[in-house]
Design a protein around this ligand. Structure first.
Ligand SMILES: Cc1ncc(COP(=O)(O)O)c(C=O)c1O
Length: 437
């Protein structure tokens, strides 16, 4: 198997660094484990192409939005038609009305919706709504979960060692950026995930101050970590018992695990849910959805680009495409083939690994053979360095995996041939990592 030549990517990164801070537009676009990121020229279906002319089978999915693959015809057509009419008016449109109605039909918790442009903004809006509705201030957020990069959101999203997290009953609030204000997280309570006892203890003694619990229904951004049986149901019951708003951050799970998100998949309906990424197949759009009573708490959405017509057209076309339910069955078939293949290679090369899947989200963790219980378990037991080495080597053979935390995104454009080719690359990488030096 030949390694790809990526000389131009390297040169371009060196050049870009002269003008662009860090040489990338988002800190997640270059892993600390790679010397330089690959510079891409175009994408098509399940593949992307770099400036050196190399093709990659891609499982990064543009960090999630590329659920229909890259440059999908249905989205291109909808967007081009809208472009002819105008890209932005900052006014209500017929399509905005259609999209709002559609979302209330497909998302279980959605009686009313509100639009923003990014997941970060939508979660900020959800916090504000929960506070307005309850008249309380504090928000429970779980260790390792990422809800965005505002001062209040970017707290305890990561750690290199378990002791950075502090005691399990009272985890530390870790700030992740210079310039971030410590006071901004005064009203955030950090707890370990998948532990109903700790959650109930905190709710019991502080419920008069707690406005909301925010959680990803599946910890995708930081693991991935599956909810224990009964855990989401447990949070739902506790949040009702203690009069706290339950927010599901479905920025990743939304549209990826079912049309109505993880709340449809698990049949647990939160009070509010937040969607972004895949909703508009690569165009910036986010949605806060919730019950009429909570959504009408007098919190108004502002933002010049909220629900811009291009993104709205892309979202309508995305949903129309996904309404073909066979898409989710296909994800099951492909995901099974992929993750079974990974587990078989693990056995063949004697590599301890965990690999599972839920619809279009597949998972790969080295050093563990079952889903981590929580973020601490992941930090303590997952072999993160090995995973990063694996990602870098796979890239050299034309397969792109996300550098962070073993999250593998399938799109509707991936096919069996992609999986077979990918497993061959994985085998080559395992051979190099574990057999020859
Ligand atoms: C679960 C989750 N919530 C929120 C966000 C923030 O979304 P955005 O990057 O669109 O601001 C992300 C981004 O990766 C995410 O994974």
């Amino acid at each position: 198997m030949n390694k790809l030549e990526t000389k131009k990517s390297k040169e371009l990164f060196e050049e870009t660094k002269n003008y662009l801070v860090d040489g990338v537009a988002s800190s997640f676009q270059k892993s600390k484990y790679e010397e330089y990121p690959i510079c891409l020229e175009r994408g098509n279906g399940s593949k992307v192409y770099d400036v050196d002319g190399n093709e990659y089978i891609d499982y990064i999915g543009a960090f999630g939005p590329a659920l229909l693959g890259y440059s999908p015809n249905v989205i291109n057509k909808a967007v081009s038609e809208q472009l002819e009419k105008g890209s932005h008016f900052a006014a209500t449109t017929l399509d905005l009305c259609r999209l709002s109605k559609k979302l209330t039909e497909i998302i279980p918790c959605a009686e009313k919706v509100s639009f923003q442009s990014s997941g970060t903004e939508a979660n900020m809006h959800a916090f504000r709504i929960a506070r307005a509705y309850t008249g309380k201030k504090k928000i429970i957020k779980f260790e390792g979960q990422y809800h965005g990069w505002s001062d209040e959101e970017k707290v305890t999203i990561d750690a290199d060692y378990i002791n950075e997290l502090g005691p399990r009953e009272n985890p530390k609030k870790i700030l992740h950026s210079k310039g971030q204000r410590g006071e901004a997280v005064d009203d955030i309570i950090i707890l370990p995930w998948n532990d109903l006892k700790i959650l109930e203890d905190v709710l019991k003694s502080n419920s008069s101050e707690i406005a909301a619990i925010i959680t990803e229904p599946i910890m995708c951004d930081s693991g991935p970590i599956l909810p224990k049986k009964g855990y989401l149901q447990g949070i739902r019951e506790l949040s009702k018992k203690y009069n706290v708003v339950l927010i599901f951050d479905e920025v990743i799970t939304g549209f990826r695990v079912a049309l109505g998100g993880a709340q449809e998949y698990y049949r647990i309906t939160p009070d509010i849910a937040v969607f972004a990424k895949a909703v508009a197949s690569g165009y910036p759009l986010s949605v806060v959805a919730g019950t009429k009573e909570i959504m009408e708490s007098g919190v108004h959405a502002s933002g010049t680009f909220n629900a811009n017509p291009i993104s709205v057209a892309a979202a309508l076309a995305t949903i129309e495409t996904l309404e073909n339910n066979e898409i989710y069955d296909r994800f099951d078939i492909l995901g099974r083939k992929f993750t079974e293949g990974l587990r078989e290679l693990g056995e063949k090369y004697n590599v301890k690994l965990f690999s599972d899947r839920i619809r279009s989200i597949c998972m790969l963790i080295f050093g563990m053979n079952s889903s981590p219980k929580d973020f601490r378990d992941y930090i303590e037991n997952a072999d993160i360095e090995l995973y990063e080495k694996f990602v870098n080597k796979a890239k050299e053979y034309g397969v792109r995996f996300t550098s962070r935390r073993g999250r593998i995104y399938l799109s509707t454009e991936h096919n069996e041939d992609d999986i077979i080719r990918t497993l061959k690359v994985v085998e080559q990488v395992f051979y190099e990592l574990f057999i020859v030096h």
